[in-house]
Design a protein around this ligand. Structure first.
Ligand code: URA
Ligand code: CA
Length: 445
């Protein structure tokens, strides 16, 4: 097949055939089509879009482009969750052990931080000796034994996405709904989960800046999953401010430990409970979401959730005593308090800019090859809607150097707006999308 003709078809707004899409996927997976032709086709897709049929074909062909997981030896429903990426968003470290403590099997491939958003794999590596690379056999054996595993993306799975994602990153073609949906869902389908709960973020700190855009993406992904025989739900959740109060790798691990130990609550717990209860009800472990929510809360109160996190850390070679003594996590050399420069209400936060401030502190990478300072980041003492007096502490910044902390403090001050008027409170969960359609959830907290 002539690849120029395929580019030409999409450029002229035509629907690509399954065979043409297969050429794209093969070209990417086997590096048999040069990057410039793949890039030109990606841009034509970004500009002309894809039909539902094209998007489903692309997703399924990508999922099959490498090794797929064989989870058939697990006698139970295998569940997965995925977040499109946020700031201070560590629901995975809360949910995976909590759902496993309720009897679920959760097997999750996670990513590293990307741009201003954090990644679960980086957070887990802040735990001393924790292993995030495992063979499929090791992962399956761990899930059978303790009910859960969270590991880094396997190198053999979905090679087409690796090529295409890297090209999209440098050709301004990340923001295409069919390309995002197929990228995320191909990786989820290749891991062969039977239940998938998606957390699609909307707001200043997310890929999708508005709720309608996020809903469109979520509807696309839910349809793809249902067509592939997966029980699916997507939540549209707010990213107008970091979800948790802690941003940075070991800081987010600490927040997850505090939460599972019943020492802290807040929006991170609310979203985790919503996602987790749907996982349990779709997986048939609870009659409905309400019963599932009670089961999850009970596992926090009776300590089963934090014990499961310890089991998972130990099973992956890590030092699980960090769960009893969080000071064993990497600690920063310098701490700086960020204080309000005037009195008023916290009116707005630029969550992406706050995420970038954590990268400046060393919690993320500026370039692919950069190493991470696991102890760096910040803890927000205030959230949108809180009243502050001039001089009140808004955040505590942690860093390896005072210079870095001061630079981050400047960025954070610019990213946190204080106003005289009390702002409208952000809604935490905007909508829920499942096989029955899209439901708007006004003011769910
Ligand atoms: N995450 C992915 O895995 N792929 C995308 O395209 C966007 C976010
Ligand atoms: Ca995440």
């Amino acid at each position: 097949m002539n690849f120029v003709e395929i580019i030409e078809h999409k450029k002229n707004g035509l629907e690509l055939s399954r065979e043409e899409i297969a050429e794209l996927v093969r070209g990417a997976a086997e590096h048999s089509v040069p990057d410039y032709q793949l890039s030109a086709l990606l841009m034509a897709i970004r500009l002309c879009g894809m039909s539902r049929r094209e998007t489903v074909d692309l997703t399924l062909l990508m999922a099959a482009s490498g090794k797929e997981m064989d989870a058939s030896s697990i006698k139970g429903v295998v569940m997965d969750k995925h977040s499109t990426g946020g700031v201070g968003d560590t629901t995975t470290l809360v949910l995976v052990p909590l759902v496993a403590a309720c009897g679920g099997y959760v097997m999750k491939y996670s990513g590293r931080g990307l741009g201003h958003t954090g990644g679960t794999v980086d957070k887990m590596e802040s735990i001393p000796d924790m292993r995030v690379e495992m063979t499929e056999a090791e992962m399956l054996s761990q899930v059978k034994k303790i009910g859960c595993a969270v590991v880094g993306q396997s190198k053999e799975m979905v090679p087409a996405d690796k090529t295409l994602y890297a090209l999209r990153d440098v050709t301004s073609t990340v923001d295409s709904l069919p390309l995002i949906a197929s990228s995320i869902m191909s990786k989820k389908l290749a891991s062969r989960a039977k239940v998938i709960v998606l957390d699609v973020k909307a707001g200043s700190g997310a890929i999708m800046k508005t709720v309608p855009e996020a809903i469109k993406l979520a509807e696309m992904m839910v349809r793809i999953g249902i067509d592939a025989g997966v029980r699916m739900t997507a939540f549209i959740t707010d990213m107008a401010q970091p979800l948790g109060t802690h941003v940075g790798n070991s800081l987010e691990v600490k927040e997850a430990i505090d939460l599972l130990s019943g020492r802290t609550k807040g929006d991170l717990l609310s979203v985790s409970l919503s996602l987790g209860s749907r996982m349990l009800s779709l997986g048939g472990l609870a009659e409905n979401d309400d019963e599932a929510r009670k089961m999850l809360l009970e596992r926090i109160e009776n300590g089963a959730g934090i014990r499961k996190l310890k089991d998972m850390i130990s099973a992956q070679g890590g030092d699980s005593s960090v769960c009893d003594d969080v000071s064993k996590l990497p600690q920063a050399k310098c701490a700086l308090t960020l204080c309000a420069r005037r009195s008023g209400y916290i009116a707005h936060m630029d969550a992406a800019a706050l995420g970038m401030a954590s990268v400046q502190l060393g919690a993320g990478r500026m370039r692919k090859e950069d190493s991470i300072d696991y102890s760096a980041g910040f803890v927000l003492e205030k959230r949108i809607g809180d009243y502050v007096k001039a001089g009140d502490v808004i955040a505590r910044i942690y860093s390896s150097s005072e210079d870095k902390a001061e630079i981050a403090a400047e960025s954070m001050t610019a990213a946190i707006e204080i106003a005289d008027e009390k702002p409208q409170m952000p809604v935490l969960i905007h909508a829920i999308i499942d096989e029955n359609g899209t439901h708007f959830v006004d003011g769910v907290k």
